[in-house]
Design a protein around this ligand. Sequence first.
Ligand code: RB5
Length: 152
Amino acid sequence: MKIAIGADHGGYSLKEVVVPFLQTLGHEVVDVGCTCDQSVDYPDYALPVCDLVTSGKADRGILICGTGIGMSIAANKVRGIRCALVHDLFSAQATRDHNDTNVLALGERIIGPGVAQEIIRIWIETPFSKGERHVGRLNKVKQIEEKYAGQS
Ligand code: RB5
């Protein structure tokens, strides 16, 4: 898979662990930054990752900040993005199976690198179930997105 990844200063250290981990798993990584632990703004890194995913230039995206909350809020504003903030293994599996999430948000200040790597492995490997009820619910989410598209 081609995976886009971005982090702010709060997620920089974990990103530096996750990038080689993804490469070890055989994935191609597009790293949009940040490039050091100097203070930056998380939306500036959420948007390029989401643009890569919605344009089809990346298959999935991973966003890391201190809590993962800011990144997930920003990502879910982008049309076509379904981003889940995940800090446990069950949610990593369920959010692919049920929600077909295309972006994963993680909080470096919440979990350690070992748990983060296992979450990422499960999230990448789990397919969407394509179950009728889940497809129907995602269509309803899409309708909400379309209803508010273009409104400020
Ligand atoms: C940065 O201090 C922190 O607010 C950010 O990394 C993130 O946790 C925001 O949600």
